[in-house]
Design a protein around this ligand. Structure first.
Ligand SMILES: Cc1ncc(COP(=O)(O)O)c(C=O)c1O
Length: 385
């Protein structure tokens, strides 16, 4: 039987994943400097409080609202502030599901969205699975990351429906500047595009620039439709609870929310327990984030110490987020380098090419790694770079 052409032609693991599996079968202990799952990083969660939040009487009642429970939306609106109201929000089971809804909302098969790259690699598949394509538009690094606004404008075609930005970006850590925000929303308004802003990492500012756009919600009345994404997976470091949300602003917001609620009503995928627990979980989230911020800062400091005496290596500034870009002499392709480090030093890192970083010479390291493991990993990989 023929399967949908939206699927990849095969499901073979890439060379890095296949090598990792082989080494682990051989019993090799591999240090993972790509971890993005906070539940596996040794953080002290308030376990009893999280369990209690998920054990309230409401978890036994089914009272579905396609936008998500009002109580949960009120708590999320309060968490964000900036005048956000419960009525501006729609709950999803994850940010990924939110993208699926948005791409269904905005596009017809064959339409496209523009994505300043490097960026989150999942966009490609999330768009394709909805019959759309994600077209990368390279950003550039000059002292800091910049959107190439001219290239974005030139890339708009009659099939373009939206621009998707991540603020701060994964993996570059780039926060949009306020000037970039103004230019981007003006472009979207002029060309009748929606602007999707993924702010899952917005609470994790590390080395932010003065003029950063801390959140798109700072703009109460954007001139184009704006859809902001966030969720518990990063806000509370609780990805297993599966709660994301979309905040809708700008022209047509009410109609867009109505249509999104129609789409969400076909699935009703957000569980009652997590919606009941959301207000309490958001209260518990601040100290969890403080732990993560401590870890991210400590690892960045360790990296700086390790880099002294390694003049051929450097790192890019990390305005925000959970990863850092390590720059190395491009003596081989990024993926070949990552394979060398895995085979030779038993350390897993991501090649920059996984995120569409131009050229070779970048490795992506997760700053979420436990501190001793991070230092040990650097110690092991530096002789190979
Ligand atoms: C930019 C970005 N958006 C969304 C997500 C995932 O969010 P969720 O777990 O809610 O699907 C990630 C995960 O790493 C991410 O990097």
């Amino acid at each position: 039987m023929r399967l949908s052409s939206r699927l990849p032609p095969g499901f073979e693991p890439n060379a890095l994943t296949a090598t990792l599996a082989r080494l682990r079968v051989q019993g090799r202990e591999v240090l993972d400097l790509t971890v993005s799952n906070p539940t596996r990083c040794g953080f002290a969660y308030p376990e009893a409080e999280i369990r209690a939040a998920l054990a309230q009487p409401e978890v036994l009642a089914y009272d579905p609202d396609p936008q998500g429970s009002r109580t949960a939306r009120e708590a999320i609106a309060t968490h964000h502030g900036h005048g956000l109201r419960a009525g501006d929000l729609l709950l999803t089971a994850s940010t990924s599901e939110g993208y699926g809804l948005l791409f269904k909302l905005l596009g017809d098969p064959g339409d496209e969205v523009l994505v300043p790259s490097p960026s989150y690699p999942l966009f490609d598949w999330l768009a394709r699975l909805e019959g759309l394509s994600a077209r990368p538009v390279p950003s550039y690094f000059h002292d800091r990351w910049h959107l190439d606004l001219g290239a974005l404008e030139a890339a708009v075609s009659p099939r373009t429906r939206a621009v998707v930005v991540v603020n701060p970006n994964n993996p570059t850590g780039h926060f949009l500047s306020r000037a970039e925000w103004t230019a981007l929303t003006t472009l979207c308004a002029e060309r009748q595009l929606a602007l999707l802003v993924d702010e899952v990492f917005a609470d994790y500012a590390l080395e932010p620039a003065e003029d950063r756009l801390a959140t798109a919600l700072q703009d109460p009345e954007p001139p184009c439709p704006v859809f902001l994404f966030s969720g518990l997976s990063k806000v509370a470091a609780l990805p297993q609870l599966k709660l994301g949300w979309i905040a809708v602003r700008g022209p047509g917001a009410e109609a867009h929310l109505e249509a999104l609620a129609f789409l969400a009503d076909q699935y009703l995928s957000v569980s009652a327990p997590v919606q009941a627990a959301a207000p309490r979980l958001l209260e518990l989230a601040a100290p969890i984030r403080t732990q993560l911020l401590g870890r991210l800062g400590a690892n960045l400091a360790s990296l700086d110490v390790a880099l002294t005496g390694q003049p051929h290596l450097s790192r890019l500034p990390v305005e925000g987020g959970w990863s850092v870009l390590l720059r190395r002499p491009a003596v081989d392709a990024d993926e070949a380098c990552a394979l060398r480090l895995l085979e030779g030093a038993s350390v897993l890192v991501h090649p920059g090419s996984f995120f569409d970083l131009a050229g070779d010479g970048h490795l992506v390291l997760s700053l979420l790694t436990a501190e001793s493991g991070f230092r040990e990993g650097l110690h092991r990989i530096f002789p190979w770079l």
